[in-house]
Design a protein around this ligand. Structure first.
Ligand code: 5FX
Length: 537
């Protein structure tokens, strides 16, 4: 009997509740993807009228919380229709867009415990939230709260040293503070506050679960050293905040077993474990199997770069998070708001909306773009903070209105985005290790022409994995790790060692790359970026 049990195939689900869609991957014990599916918010849930999965009103950016719930209903049904046998699933974990928050109203825990299997989740959770629209990472409406928090703690340096980041508008404690003041009744009616990640885990566990320490690092609230909430900051928001947030847990924790709702509605086995969900970037780090000396580069709605560091060295640009997989190390990260959507906009403006044309134009322009440099920010950027607009400079560093051709615009956009990552990453202390790799992920990592520019600008080989959604995969791998006994029993690196065989070389730097993208060019870029910052004030 025991042997029979051992021979039964075991599957693991990884989810990613990201900005534009919810995605699921199902893997087997050999890390092979056996199924994947997604629900795209704008096109499949048009009733919520989102654009890119969000609603933008000035600098306030939100997403309807119930849309995410309905998306989960649809995703689980889609997976079933596509033939996924939930009875084989032994573990589920996943990721959520970072910083976004969910406000459960008083009584929500009870609603979650009493879900009826014959009804949809979105039907039953319609009244479970005290705030209908969740603030998300693209929001930049908490400038006042950020200034107050930094002042309260004695300056941005103190906050940075304590929590790994200066005050950022999207970081959750600033969002909560704003709500506690501007929507006092909402705050008072809130039983618990989740991050998008812990919210998704709660739906599967059938109870409100705690926040993990990697995603929790994106709140301006977690003490990086002792990994608990900073009491002064809790008090700064309100003395009942700790009760609403719960405890901080390790990212490699089991938060519970699958809920009876999920067992009865979908046929999950009762021993299916639920691992803590985490932020999409920490989860991508897990999904790419990032080792020391590597750089992870995610090309998505937001562009992010991240690396594993032993000794945190927090800076006023960029973030240090608790590491999701190497539990004694940290994760350094830079996040840019203007990623895919800006690339799409420039493609529409200069390449007739065609990626093929965009790539042809990019390839037809020489590396270095004749000295022209451009930076394009559709939304107020994070690095550097607040810059917005298109800025173009000719080879003499003079501001120009337009470049003389579509191909120069396109190369300026791509080079500008990648130079920014290299410059800021190096300033934070990243150095590619001797055997270090640039590992790419995210939607645009399928674009070879862009990967070539990454290889050239970083003067490094660029590698990719066959599956593009590393955040969802990271969830599935972490669920498998927990199933195998977790960190106490086996290292995460060992569980994902088979990934080595799947990594493929996607681009190699051209011979002249190091001379073109040299220190002088980076210094020029830094100067021009400073000019842009100054022009905003
Ligand atoms: C990271 O700090 C970010 O704000 C973004 O990368 C979000 O996580 C995107 F979902």
């Amino acid at each position: 009997m025991e042997e029979e049990e051992q021979n039964v195939e075991k599957h693991f689900i990884g989810l990613d509740l990201s900005t534009q869609q919810i995605k699921a991957v199902v893997i087997d014990e050999n890390l092979q993807v056996v199924a994947e599916s997604a629900v795209h918010f704008d096109s499949m849930l048009p009733e919520y009228r989102t654009h890119g999965g969000v609603n933008i009103s000035g600098n306030v950016v939100t997403a309807p919380t119930i849309m995410w719930v309905k998306g989960l209903d649809m995703l689980l049904d889609k997976l079933r229709v596509e033939g996924v046998e939930f009875s084989k699933v032994k573990g589920i974990s996943g990721a959520g867009q970072q910083h976004g928050s969910v406000y459960w109203r008083i009584g929500a825990q009870k609603i979650l415990e009493e879900l009826q299997p014959e009804r949809f989740l979105h039907d039953q959770l319609a009244s479970a939230f005290s705030l209908l629209d969740s603030p998300i990472w693209m929001d930049s409406s908490t400038t006042d709260q950020c200034a107050q928090l930094e002042e309260f703690l004695g300056g941005p340096e103190t906050l940075t040293a304590l929590t790994g980041s200066r005050a950022y508008e999207r970081f959750t404690v600033n969002q909560i503070k704003k709500i506690s003041i501007e929507k006092k009744e909402v705050y008072l009616n809130t039983e618990r506050i989740s991050l998008v990640s812990s919210f998704a885990a709660s739906i599967f566990a059938g109870k409100i679960v705690d926040i993990d320490w990697s995603d929790g690092s994106g709140m301006n609230l977690l003490n990086l050293t002792n990994k608990s909430w900073v009491p002064q900051i809790l008090n700064f928001v309100g003395d009942d905040l700790e009760a609403k947030l719960g405890q901080v847990i390790r990212t490699d924790s089991i938060v519970g077993r699958i809920s009876t709702y999920m067992q009865e509605r979908y046929g999950f086995p009762e021993d299916c474990l639920i691992g803590a969900f985490t932020g999409d970037n920490p989860s991508s780090m897990a999904g790419l199997g990032i080792r020391k000396g590597d750089l992870g580069y995610s090309l998505g709605t937001s562009d992010t770069v991240f690396a594993c560091v032993d000794q945190p060295n927090p800076q006023l640009t960029g973030h240090i998070f608790t590491n999701p997989i190497h539990t004694s190390a940290y994760m350094a990260m830079l996040c840019y708001k203007n990623g895919s959507l800006t690339r799409e906009r420039v493609r529409n403006d200069f390449a007739e909306g065609s990626w093929e044309k965009f790539n042809q134009l990019l390839d037809s322009t020489p590396r270095g773009n004749f000295g022209n440099i451009g930076v394009y920010y559709d939304l107020p950027e994070i690095v550097p903070a607040g810059v917005q607009g298109d800025f173009r400079f000719n080879k003499s560093d003079e501001a120009v209105k337009k470049f003389s051709s579509a191909e120069m615009e396109i190369r300026a956009l791509v080079e500008g985005q990648i130079l920014a990552k290299r410059f800021h990453a190096e300033r934070m202390g990243f150095r590619l290790g001797e055997n270090g790799r640039v590992l790419v992920t995210g939607g645009a990592s399928a674009n070879k022409a862009i990967l070539q520019v990454i290889a050239d600008v970083f003067n490094s080989n660029v590698y990719s994995l066959p599956a593009v959604n590393s955040a969802a995969l990271g969830g599935a791998y972490r669920a498998l790790h927990l199933f195998k006994g977790g960190t106490e029993k086996i290292s995460y690196d060992e569980v994902v060692s088979k990934l080595e065989a799947e990594i493929t070389l996607a681009a190699e730097p051209n011979k002249d790359a190091a001379t073109i993208y040299n220190k002088e060019l980076l210094a020029r870029f830094a100067n021009l970026e400073q000019k842009v910052v100054k022009s905003m004030t």
